[in-house]
Write a protein that binds this ligand. Structure first.
Ligand code: SF4
Ligand code: SF4
Length: 276
């Protein structure tokens, strides 16, 4: 290596980006939202346009409103093509939740999506909690239960120099026996059902499971068919649902924070006893 190349490499300084929100593309399809003033009676075409049955018509106080299940929505935009004034696609992602019903938002009143915190802030909060709870790093085992690989690309990005998740004390492990958390993608294809179940059984307490992406949350674009189970909660208990197709790395980190927030010190103590 020439001194010039060496100087260039060392001169790169820190590669991580401090405020990732400045780097988010405004064209990114994060989630859909509605313009409630424009809701009319032409629901049928709108509902039929959705390939994942994420949209539903709900009667409330003699009014009809529309709901979107972010756990099913793949942000394809077909509904917007049918009703461009009613449906808006926003770059803001739907956020992770602890219970599946919280993935559903209604058109009226206007959905108020919580905004995600900056990546760095979530990471630092997570790092503090991990230190306090575990006294060591947090280990994740990723399980692909039949995904298209899109979610894996975003999960892999967590390890790149931009997101650099290891600096927060989080790392991926090869065996479920060494894992605290299972990060599961895919609709849980029938072929992966037993493998997922065995991975879950091999994971020590507290066995936290996170469903990553629309497929893992509900079956997504693969749906519930002869070849798929229609969501990983049909196979193993799920603690956190992360919507998106695929979810961005910052949303994945937010899902991890939600999962760690669910843990109690007694569960960690039990896990330590099991390992000794
Ligand atoms: S964006 Fe696509 S998946 Fe989402 S509600 Fe609209 S049609 Fe359905
Ligand atoms: S949620 Fe989307 S990106 Fe993730 S596995 Fe399913 S289809 Fe692929």
């Amino acid at each position: 290596m020439t001194p010039k190349t060496e100087k260039n490499i060392l001169g790169n300084s820190v590669e991580t980006v401090k405020d990732l929100s400045e780097h988010a593309s405004p064209n990114f399809r994060g989630s859909i939202t509605f313009n409630p003033e424009l809701i009319n009676d032409r629901y049928e075409a709108l509902l039929e346009s959705c390939p994942t049955n994420a949209l539903a018509k709900v009667r409330e106080n003699e009014r009809t409103i529309i709901s979107v299940d972010h756990g099913k929505c793949i942000a394809c935009g077909y509904c917007k093509d049918v009703e461009p004034k009613l449906v808006k696609i926003q770059s803001k992602s739907a956020l992770p939740v602890k219970t599946k019903t919280n993935l559903v938002e209604y058109s009226n009143p206007q959905p108020v999506m919580q905004s995600g915190k900056p990546y760095e802030e979530i990471g630092n909060e997570l790092s503090e909690k991990i230190k306090k709870l575990f006294g060591r790093s947090l280990a994740i085992r990723e399980v692909d239960a039949g995904s298209c690989n899109g979610c894996e690309i975003e999960i892999t990005a967590l390890n790149n120099p931009i997101y650099d998740i290891e600096r927060f004390g989080i790392h991926f492990v090869a065996s479920p026996r060494h894992a605290d958390i299972l990060l599961v993608t895919g609709p849980a294809s029938r072929n992966m059902e037993i493998a997922l179940l065995r991975t879950y059984e091999a994971t020590p307490t507290p066995k936290i499971v996170i469903a990553v992406g629309a497929c893992a949350c509900s079956g997504g674009i693969f749906g519930d068919t002869y070849a798929t189970t229609g969501g990983i909660d049909k196979v193993v208990p799920v603690d956190v649902y992360i919507p998106g197709c695929p979810p961005r790395p910052e949303v994945l980190l937010q899902g991890l924070l939600l999962a760690v927030n669910r843990l109690k010190p007694e569960q960690i103590a039990k896990s330590k006893q099991e390992l000794n």
